[in-house]
Design a protein around this ligand. Structure first.
Ligand SMILES: Nc1nc2c(ncn2[C@@H]2O[C@H](COP(=O)(O)OP(=O)(O)OP(=O)(O)O)[C@@H](O)[C@H]2O)c(=O)[nH]1
Ligand SMILES: [Mg+2]
Length: 685
């Protein structure tokens, strides 16, 4: 392992760092500060001015939030660093989850804000579970007050590993003016958009430093017996040893160091970069974590797929083994992923052609036609086993869409494919029954951005609607009904005559057809046509919905040797049903789903109330396995009420709650709600 005392100048290899954290904590601003501080850009832009490298898409600027990943590569002290600025909103979380396997370290940007702790906890959990080393960066220190000294009290509950304060703030009056680095034992004052200045460590700050440093060392000593002994014997550990421990314990995920700063002023950014340089793992450790052997043929992991404005697909990928450049042919699993035609360095939307990508570098490969986000690409003859498989969370909200103009129908289909390619947490469903194209996503904003992209990026203006609920209808009583189709027009007539015995089936019984013809009153060859006619009519019952849970028997009828035909019997079967159903006490059926909501326990009562208010039937709740302080509420709930359920769950749980649902059964629905549904259906027709 590398030993380092702080400021060596040797290269330590390319890094790939994700900036993650709760919504609006300042990740994109921090990226901007890093790029400015490391010279990748001339001036640090701001979210407010809409001129940052990240969030460059029209949708992100418009909503002033990150709606997809931004990758930017910069250089610091002789090494390349690629930062992956991830959206903080839970609705866009897939872009974060997809990159985690291949990064060296995550910088978790957070705030001293109680309301954002549940979200922070979710993100840290994900990193802990995947064993990704992580550093906490407490941002917006300019807005913090003396309470910032309670960082651990506020934030430790969000982390299962010990947080370790690397820095403590220093004050000028009530305002934080700088910090003491506890490993270096050096005091700094912040300068706006310039490196912090070293100042003497003296007075109160020196005393506070002693105490804080001791508790940092104590935490480190949990995983270092030698250090523990030194502390017990009051021996000052050498600085190199402290750095070595910080490095090792971060890399092994035993601790999570905490740094602080103000992204808008680029305060604390240089210390963060130095911590990344000296303490975070590099490609060697990351390849080991992923089980990739060094020296093999090129292996790369696809972090994100982009369709650039100037045509052409780009696969943002990190090289985990070997190297890859123009002409490299990649496999993904057993399939060809394509042949690299162009390697690019990315700084947000700006692309710069470059030579082959070396081990550990993160670049964009052009023209890998078949590569998908999350693919493990290998250049050898034998595909490398997949490094990770990140399944998107199941979608929670849907809208039905169509092209505003009929002529765009084909274009819409192509655009939807690209949309789903860029964002696998969107799914597209073609509902054959309602002829709707249904877009499923992770929330309101997610779907809104998806539709904006369809028009802005792919040039298809669309209309959106609520997707139809899968209502059905059934019958409560049976009837025997004759259906006769008879026409005498000109020469050839039409003749079909059937008697149908219609009976309800129990719920879930579906549909069955029987024939009980004796004496050939309806010839055998016409019977399938009768059934077809019955099925035709059942597609649209008297209430306007498909009819289910009934059985129809053909019990009698008559035919004509010349005028009977398949068509005539089909019409007769259909007529029989159309005339019979209104006499059978038709009743509406609505789909009921089994819903499982995961929420922090404080919110469980609210969730229960929410469910009951939406015609939900609570089945009970349990503690969520492996999730301290979380519950799992189970309920049965009508599909119509699930529509925007996620919106309310999130508002009741500070954005942390989620739910899953699956179809359970169809239930009869009567009364006012049913009447409204039926008349709405009539109006629509
Ligand atoms: N006072 C203060 N405001 C900040 C700081 N960093 C960011 N902000 C502001 O916080 C808001 C959100 O900043 P972003 O950089 O977009 O945050 P983000 O984490 O990228 O947001 P999402 O990607 O949407 O989750 C903006 O208004 C920033 O100007 C900071 O250090 N101090
Ligand atoms: Mg952002």
């Amino acid at each position: 392992m590398a030993t380092n005392g702080g400021n060596g100048t040797r290269a330590t290899g390319p890094r790939c760092v994700a900036l993650v954290g709760p919504f609006q904590s300042g990740k994109t601003t921090l990226l901007e500060a890093i790029l400015a501080r490391t010279g990748a850009i001339q001036r640090q832009g701001t979210i407010e001015a809409g001129n940052t490298v990240g969030d460059a898409s029209k949708e992100a600027r418009h909503h002033r939030m990150s709606v997809e990943l931004t990758a930017a590569t910069t250089n610091f002290m002789g090494d390349t660093y690629t930062f992956l600025d991830c959206p903080g909103s839970v609705e866009f979380v897939h872009d974060m989850r997809a990159v985690l396997p291949a990064i060296d370290v995550a910088v978790v940007v957070c705030e001293m804000d109680e309301k954002k702790v549940p979200q922070l906890q979710l993100i840290l959990r994900e990193l802990e579970d995947k064993k990704i080393p992580r550093i906490l960066f407490v941002n917006k220190i300019d807005k913090a007050d003396a309470g910032v000294q309670d960082v651990l009290k506020l934030l430790q509950p969000a982390s299962r590993t010990k947080l370790i304060m690397r820095q403590i703030p220093t004050f000028a009056g009530d305002i934080i003016s700088g910090f003491v680095d506890l490993a270096l034992e050096r005091a700094f004052v912040y300068k706006e958009h310039a490196p912090s200045e070293v100042v003497p460590l003296e007075g109160d700050a020196a005393d506070l430093e002693k105490t804080a440093r001791f508790s940092m060392l104590e935490t480190l000593a949990d995983h270092d017996d030698e250090l523990m002994e030194q502390l017990l014997e009051d021996i000052q550990p050498p600085r190199d040893k402290v750095f070595d421990d910080l490095t090792r314990e971060l890399r092994e995920g035993l601790v999570c160091p905490v740094l602080m700063g103000t992204a808008t002023r680029a305060n604390g950014v240089l210390r963060l970069m130095k911590a990344l340089r000296h303490e975070s793992p590099g490609i060697v450790e990351t390849a080991k974590r992923l089980g990739v052997k060094a020296g093999s043929d090129a292996v790369a992991y696809v972090l994100k797929t982009l369709n650039t404005a100037h045509g052409g697909k780009m696969s943002v990928a990190r090289v985990i083994a070997g190297q890859a450049g123009d002409g490299t042919t990649f496999l993904s699993g057993d399939d060809e992923a394509g042949r690299v035609a162009g390697v690019f360095k990315l700084v947000g939307q700006s692309t710069e052609k470059r030579g082959p990508a070396a081990l550990g570098e993160t670049v964009a490969f052009a023209k890998l036609d078949k590569a998908k986000t999350g693919d493990t690409l290998s250049a050898g003859k034998q595909a490398h086993p997949a490094l990770a498989k990140v399944e998107p969370y199941p979608p929670v909200l849907a809208i039905a869409i169509s092209a505003k103009e009929r002529k765009d129908d084909v274009k819409l289909g192509q655009a939807l494919n690209k949309l789903a390619e860029e964002d696998p947490s969107i799914t597209i469903e073609h509902n054959a029954e309602t002829h709707e194209v249904v877009l499923w996503g992770q929330g309101e904003m997610h779907l809104r951005v998806a539709t904006e992209r369809l028009s802005d990026r792919f040039g298809v203006a669309i209309e959106r609607r609520q997707p139809s609920v899968g209502y059905r209808e059934t019958i409560r009583k049976g009837v025997v009904q004759r259906g006769r189709h008879k026409k005498q027009s000109g020469g050839h007539g039409q003749y079909g005559d059937v008697v149908l015995d219609i009976k309800p089936l129990p719920r879930g019984g579906g549909f069955s057809f029987e024939e009980k013809i004796t004496g050939g009153v309806v010839p055998r060859n016409y019977i399938p046509a009768v059934e077809e006619g019955v099925v035709d009519a059942l597609a649209h019952g008297p209430l306007g919905f498909p009819v289910v849970d009934l059985t129809v028997a053909l019990i009698d009828g008559s035919y004509h040797t010349v005028d009977s035909s398949d068509m005539a019997f089909r019409l007769a079967g259909r007529l029989g049903i159309v005339e019979a159903l209104p006499q059978c006490q038709p009743v509406l059926l609505e789909p009921i789903h089994l819903v499982e909501i995961a929420c922090p326990s404080e919110a469980t009562a609210k969730i229960n109330a929410l469910m009951s208010g939406r015609r939900g039937q609570i089945l009970g709740f349990d503690t969520r396995e492996g999730w301290d302080g979380w519950d799992l509420v189970r309920a049965k709930m009508p599909e119509a009420e699930i529509g925007d359920l996620i919106v309310e769950i999130r508002s009741a749980t500070a954005g942390a709650g989620t739910f899953t649902f699956k179809f359970d059964h169809m239930a009869e629905l009567t009364g006012r709600t049913a009447d409204q549904i039926i008349s709405a259906r009539r109006a629509a027709e």
